[in-house]
Write a protein that binds this ligand. Sequence first.
Ligand code: OXD
Ligand code: MN
Length: 585
Amino acid sequence: MTPNKHILKWVDEMAAMTQPDSIVWIDGSEEQIEALRKEAMSTGEIIKLNEDILPNCYLHRTAVNDVARVEGRTYICTKTKEDAGTINNWMDPAEMYAKLTKLFTGSMKGRTMYAIPYSMSVVGSPFAKYGIELTDSIYVVLNMAIMTRVGAEVIEALGDGDDFIKGLHSKAQLEEENRYIVHFPEDNTIWSVNSGYGGNVLLGKKCFALRIASFLGRKEGWMAEHMLILGIENPKGEISYITAAFPSACGKTNLAMLIPPEIYKNQGYKVWCVGDDIAWLRVGEDGRLWAVNPENGFFGVAPGTNNKSNPNALATTMRDTIFTNVVHNTENNTVWWEGLDKNPPKNAINWKGEPWDAESGEKGAHPNSRFTALAKNCPCISSEFNNPKGVPVTAIVFGGRRAKTAPLVYQSRSWNHGVFVGSVMASETTAAATGAVGVVRRDPMAMRPFVGYDMGDYFAHWIAMGKKIPNPPKIFNVNWFRTDDEGHFIWPGFGDNMRVLMWILARCRDEVGAVETPIGYVPNPEDINIEGLDLDLDTLKGLLNVDKALWKEEADGIDEFYKSIGARVPKELWDEYETLKNNLK
Ligand code: OXD
Ligand code: MN
């Protein structure tokens, strides 16, 4: 497939270690992908779903012990431990290579090795970065062909260069105790072994587009962030773009594809999705920050996706989609998950492959079950999705899942203060990673599991970027998840979140005032449009309230968190912390 000596040498070395029976290059053609689907169907790796209802859709089940990202087994192996930082797991690269070589040796015996050339973002774009993933999983090939741009054009773009990320993945024996997701950022290398779960094995996504890319971005002066990108079109046809970082499974896909509430729809507003998970950001010639979504599809959380929460996502999954770990409705050969509708199927099979009845009280779909769907099938995909230059960013929004503390929305006072706000983000954990759900943890910029180097250096990179952007986006924080005393969400969320985004854009255009509080600017309640909502002004005032006592506790938590990151937290952020403490006196 390629005469490129660097690629051939590396593939030979990896094949000598893993010992596959054969090597197949993925050329990106539909014929080849279809042949692989047929092969995966013949072994039961995927099940073809009802062609009339869900054309070209398939169901896959992972091993029951392999259903989420494994942060405890994810490593950043830089030469020094200090460069990986205190939050990442680290091991000396030589030691880690030796350890993994044992696990990879012979791991593909009796199997085929697929070599997938892929591009993150449009091939040839100034943002584009290329990778090759070697894998023994057809499921990985089929998912990568949705999530990235794969095939011959990538090989052509690489020419005879060696500027590509070398990814090696083997399911091996799917042994939990030998599962490792390892990054060697200084070698442009990713090795993943003993898993078949998307976030651990679709190496273009978290491993490359966030961990390795964040490392490269720092070196090269750009940013790789865990952010959705959306455009709001006003009745005059002008579109403003917002990026937003929320922790995993906190509604990025829903916000990215939101349907405007009637009050805005009737006036002619539209919302366009550019991306739902990852943004690569560069300073443009015009001095603004520009964003692309480096991916080509969505790897979305299925449970809770329905016609109210996200009709666009649901429509996107109606064709060309791979569903993972959802319920199989054997009556009509379709799929189901909790929160899709109130009619769980009879005669169903749960995500583990067992007969299942909703009356059992057990969940049928895994809480982290997923759909892998093509971005181009999304009804609200932006016309700029494939624009190699990206889109200009007006506002950056951070947000977490907080029952109390954080108000519905507030604006930072400056870029550095905005970086502070992002750096102290906290959220209640979800099912997207293994471990306890619902525990509050600090998740700076929603990047805690995804920064490929020291977190203090990452903060410093944000501060440095602020100096390089002559016309930077304004930075905000949102919290859709405040609850009342009975634990019910107060804010309606979903499409109505647009009401908050409209305030954000109005602030960016200096069209509305705000109230200055110890933590930043909070809206005057009457500036958030609540027309048509079952929510009164007093409740909104409550949602915007900044409780000083809670924020004093929060400040203590920040101090502790920064200290745990260590010496590389930049002075600018400690200064912001001091300002917050003084403001709270
Ligand atoms: C994801 C995640 O899959 O953040 O996007 O876990
Ligand atoms: Mn994510």
